[in-house]
Design a protein. Structure first.
Length: 261
């Protein structure tokens, strides 16, 4: 069996399964271009079809939030400083180099009591390299090398723990809001079904009233029932929309699929 071809088909199958498993709302959105969904434009049937992404997907996408990215950057800064402290012994040494190049000219003259004055000159090109190494040892700094490294390791650990604490707090808020939103979705579905039935009953009562099959008092009861259910529906829908928008904001995740935009 051709193992190279086998591995290709395995990778291809995994990629297809992941794409088919992850609907459009599972992808995290970039914070700079993220836009919230317009839930206010949804119909009753649209709300009945809403399904939240996996809680693990939401938590993973929430790592793109600015506060988490800032903590990641801070952790990288502290780790870079730790690497710098581990090379602290290099500060005791310094090295310098120099290079010169140019034309050199010389002029001289000579005379004495018996010899008339005469002059001579010469020119040439000169270049040279200079390399030097110096060392400067400070006893206080030498004995504190290990201390600096240890303190910087602690700084890295503190930053890491701060990030983990922030992530735990964020997960806790997402879990709480996720459970609340799921409950609101279930409640809205129940109220929506009641609203649809009550609205249908109101329409039937109106037709029966026009046909003189029911009294006006019966029609008023149906109208009052419809108004009560409608108020409960709108209140429940408003609370659900607020939770959905908060969930999108906290997780950088679009809840609605692309065909709902």
């Amino acid at each position: 069996m051709n193992y190279r071809r086998y591995h290709f088909f395995v990778i291809f199958a995994i990629a297809v399964s992941l794409l088919s498993f992850s609907p459009s709302y599972c992808w995290a959105q970039d914070d700079d271009s993220f836009q919230l969904d317009d839930f206010s434009s949804l119909s009753t049937d649209d709300f009945l079809k809403i399904e939240l992404p996996s809680i693990n997907v939401l938590i993973e996408n929430s790592k793109l939030r600015p506060e988490v990215r800032a903590l990641n950057a801070q952790e990288q800064i502290q780790e870079s400083l730790l690497s710098r402290e581990k090379r602290g012994w290099m500060d005791f040494f310094s090295m310098g180099t120099g290079y010169t190049y140019g034309n050199v000219g010389m002029y001289s003259s000579y005379s004495d009591l018996t010899t008339p004055m005469y002059s001579s000159s010469s020119t040439g090109t000169n270049k040279s390299w200079q390399i030097g190494v110096s060392a400067n040892f400070n006893l206080g700094t030498i004995f504190d090398l290990k201390g600096k490294i240890k303190r910087q390791k602690l700084a890295v650990e503190v930053t890491r723990l701060q990030k983990l604490t922030a992530l735990d707090e964020q997960r806790s808020k997402i879990i709480e809001l996720y459970a609340k939103t799921q409950l609101q979705l279930a409640l809205l579905r129940g109220i929506a079904e009641t609203y649809i039935l009550t609205k249908t009953n109101d329409q039937v009562m109106q037709q029966n009233f026009l046909s003189a099959k029911v009294k006006i008092s019966d029609l008023m009861v149906a109208k009052q029932s419809l108004a009560t259910v409608n108020e409960s529906y709108e209140t429940s829908k408003s609370e659900l929309i607020q939770s959905l928008l908060k969930l999108e904001l906290m997780t950088n995740t679009k809840i609605l699929k692309s065909d709902k935009k």
